[in-house]
Design a protein around this ligand. Structure first.
Ligand code: PEP
Ligand code: MG
Length: 754
């Protein structure tokens, strides 16, 4: 051991003794300030804690006048102690009185002390107090001294955790009161309004024990936690989920670099050797990193701070055996889950009765987690500015998933506005309900067919509730995503049959497994790919692993006995791929017949059209298919070479633009020449303005989320299609990057309800 570690160890040992003693919290606190004063050779050591929201109260001192204890109070933000509390950054000043924030409190008698060092006392990343040392002489405290004081401050947080010093109630009340109303603005991924309490998807955990003298044991625990952390990061990086892309990838690269950084680990190990538990050592180093990074002017480092916090938090959670997400915990009745990002399978793990909304710092509108949220009717807002992940678990939160606003700890006036919004939304929903039995027919009598996209049993209920005429796209992969093991044929049959039965005679088009890209299944481990969206996914997996596809088709054939089976394949890129997939289906049908099993009365085989190459094979393809369904989410990401998961590219290219609409019109014309039924099932059709543009270029069947049926039907019933077609087709010769606003203006001028 280096001599440098001797002194901290001594301090830690004595600190350990004090904290482990049976003394009352206040007595232990007094002993700690005394210990610090003598051990660090300072004349004053004082501890302040935050009470009732935003007041810092002096709780113990060695060196200042004792009558100041419980009498000296400062607002958070007031004076130097208040400054540390409001910024969370420590101060090290050789002449404190020269600092513009210095305020003098006569009752303390601190006028004679020139130098001062103050560090925040943090509990799960939040400031709960400030620990201060002072000296008469002007001096600059050494880095080691600052680190030692930070360690003591960290251990003192235990007194708050235990609730002995200040009731935990007072603290959590304080947390809520302290923050002014916080408002975040983001993008609506799934519409709806919700009021509830914040639940962190990846919870911060509270360290209960900070001190340990069993160094070897703590080092061993740390080693194991590091192993788990690296496995976890590798898993995330190699998984085909949303974290693989663009910005997320950058973050993970930083994670990995940091996790592999020997310097970081050595620092944690040294902290353990001073007498800290492994989790406290991780926290201590993170507090140090934090206090250095807060002071830096470099915006890159500032941005990275929350990533590094995240990583330390992950390591602590591994150490404390709490690495799962909040989905595995008991949720409050009205949970609003907050996350940096999450995959669709993670969302499906939540108890849907209790999950009221989701707020993501990142995410994108066409990512599958958003699609699942829409399917579940759970409001979701994403792409919020930084700071979201710093809010407290348990604070009240309003999610205005119409305007894209999120309010933390809303005051009564905001609550009132929000409740008004609920009331007017209910009125609107009632108007949609009133249209259930009315046809989706334009003012000039053109019938449009509206069907729903689904993937969960509840979507069928959505189809009935909204009066849609069938299911245009049933995403079978959702069932696979929530299963830990490969679903066997029998449970698949049972599930598909339940869907067909629930649809009661209305047609359901099943799409075979579309996994890969951002849709991960736990039973199929795959190599990491540079570009998973254009990688080994969907039918490519189906053709390379025909067993998977065969079993699924077998289950679909069995489930559709005596009915019409309508099935299509995802991501078909060439005619040959379609023929091979159809060949597998035919083999299964023959097998079924040979075995004298009850057969479907009719089979319709189609394909998704979501890869641009297929547009140029329509002449060859159309004679072979019974129907086509355009998957515009993928088609547009490939058309514009613009990753649908990358938030930076989200609004860069607009589907409502001449080139994309020209391509879609080309598809419409080809299909109508050959009399092949055509549907569009991408997210664009679910927005009223998107649907309007699609009708203008000739689409007559749209497959959309159940929640979109009402608004789209209302738009259709207010539309004169002849005028719209003339207007829309003229727009296609423009060279504009987007013609969305032209369609919006048209709708306004012609009283089309969008
Ligand atoms: C699409 O790509 O438009 C589509 C409907 O399929 P998914 O969103 O499931 O990829
Ligand atoms: Mg797709």
């Amino acid at each position: 051991m280096t001599p440098r570690q001797n002194a901290p160890r001594r301090l830690m040992r004595e600190l350990h003794e004090i904290m482990a003693s049976a003394d009352k919290a206040e007595v232990r606190l007094n002993r700690v300030v005394h210990l610090v004063a003598s051990n660090m050779v300072v004349e004053v050591c004082s501890a302040y804690f935050i009470r009732g929201g935003d007041v810092l109260e002096l709780f113990a001192t060695e060196g200042l006048k004792l009558e100041a204890v419980h009498n000296t109070r400062l607002q958070v933000g007031e004076g130097l102690v208040g400054l540390v509390a409001s910024t969370g950054a420590s101060l090290n000043l050789s002449n404190a009185q020269e600092h513009p924030k210095f305020v003098y409190r006569p009752e303390t008698g601190e006028e004679s002390y020139k130098s001062m060092m103050a560090v925040p006392i943090l509990r799960t990343g939040k400031v709960v107090g400030v620990l201060v040392v002072q000296n008469q002489a002007s001096r600059h405290y050494l880095e080691e001294e600052e680190e030692a004081l930070q360690t003591v401050a960290m251990v003192l947080a235990e007194l708050v955790v235990s609730g002995d010093l200040i009731t935990t109630q007072e603290h959590s009340d304080g947390d809520i009161d302290r923050g002014a109303v916080i408002r975040f603005v983001g993008t609506v991924f799934a519409e709806g309004l919700a009021e509830g309490v914040a639940v962190m998807h990846e919870p911060r955990v509270e360290i209960i024990q900070h001190l340990s003298e069993d160094y070897d044991y703590q080092l061993e625990r740390l080693g194991k936690a590091f192993e788990k952390l690296l496995v976890q990061i590798d898993e995330i990086m190699s998984a085909e989920d949303i974290l693989h892309h663009g910005e997320h990838r950058e973050i993970l690269d930083v994670y990995k670099l940091f996790a592999l950084d020997k310097g970081w680990r050595v620092k944690i190990e040294s902290a353990i050797e001073t007498g800290l538990t492994a989790e406290a050592a991780v926290q201590k180093i993170q507090i140090e990193n934090r206090s250095k990074m807060i002071k830096t002017e470099d915006p890159y480092f500032k941005e990275r701070l929350s990533d590094l916090d995240d990583l330390a938090n992950r390591l602590i959670r591994h150490l404390m055996g709490k690495s799962g997400t909040a989905a595995s915990k008991e949720l409050p009745q009205n949970a609003v889950v907050i996350a940096r990002n999450m995959g669709p399978a993670e969302l499906l793990e939540y108890d849907r009765e209790k999950l009221k909304a989701v707020v993501l710092q990142e995410g994108s509108q066409t990512s599958h987690v958003s699609i699942v949220a829409r399917a579940l009717g759970i409001p979701m807002i994403g792409q919020l500015e930084a700071g979201l992940l710093d809010i407290d678990d348990g604070v009240q939160i309003i999610v205005h998933g119409l305007d894209g606003e999120v309010y933390i700890a809303p005051p009564p006036e905001i609550l009132e506005t929000y409740r008004d919004a609920i009331a007017s939304r209910e009125k609107m929903l009632a108007r949609y309900d009133g249209m259930i039995d009315k046809p989706a027919i334009t003012k000039d009598h053109v019938k449009i067919e509206l069907v729903v996209n689904g993937g969960l049993a509840m979507d069928i209920e959505g189809m009935h509730r909204t009066g849609a005429s069938g299911v245009g796209l049933f995403r079978t992969e959702f069932q696979f995503m929530i299963s830990k093991t490969l679903p066997r044929v029998r449970p698949q049959v049972k599930f598909y049959k339940s869907i067909i039965d629930a649809a009661s005679e209305k047609p359901v088009t099943f799409r075979t497994l579309d996994i890969g890209g951002d849709k991960e299944v736990s039973f199929l481990k795959r190599d990491s790919e540079e570009n998973p969206a254009i990688g080994w996914r969907a039918i490519r997996i189906g053709l390379d692993r025909p067993g998977l596809l065969r079993y699924q088709l077998r289950a679909l054939i069995t489930a559709a006995a005596g009915m019409t089976l309508s099935v299509m394949f995802p991501m078909i890129t060439t005619v040959d791929e379609f023929m091979r997939a159809k060949g597998i289906l035919e083999k299964e049908l023959n097998r079924h017949q040979r075995n004298n099993r009850p057969m479907p009365i009719d089979i319709k085989v189609g394909t998704m059209l979501e890869v641009p190459s297929l547009v140029w094979q329509l002449d060859e393809l159309l004679p072979l298919v019974d129907f086509i369904s355009v998957g515009s989410n993928d088609l547009m990401q490939f058309f514009y070479a613009s990753d649908r998961e990358n938030p930076k590219l989200n609004n860069r290219y607009d589907t409502l633009s001449p080139p994309s609409l020209k391509m879609l019109r080309f598809i419409v014309n080809k299909c109508s020449e050959k009399n092949v039924p055509l549907t569009l099932c991408g997210e664009i059709a679910g927005s009223t303005i998107g649907a309007l543009a699609l009708l203008a270029i000739g689409f007559r069947r749209l497959s959309i989320a159940p929640a979109a049926i009402g608004p789209v039907k209302m738009m259709i019933r207010s539309l004169n299609l002849g005028d719209t077609e003339r207007f829309g087709n003229e727009l296609l010769s423009l060279s504009n990057q987007s013609i969305r606003s032209n369609f919006e203006a048209f709708a306004r001028e012609n009283d089309v309800i969008i």
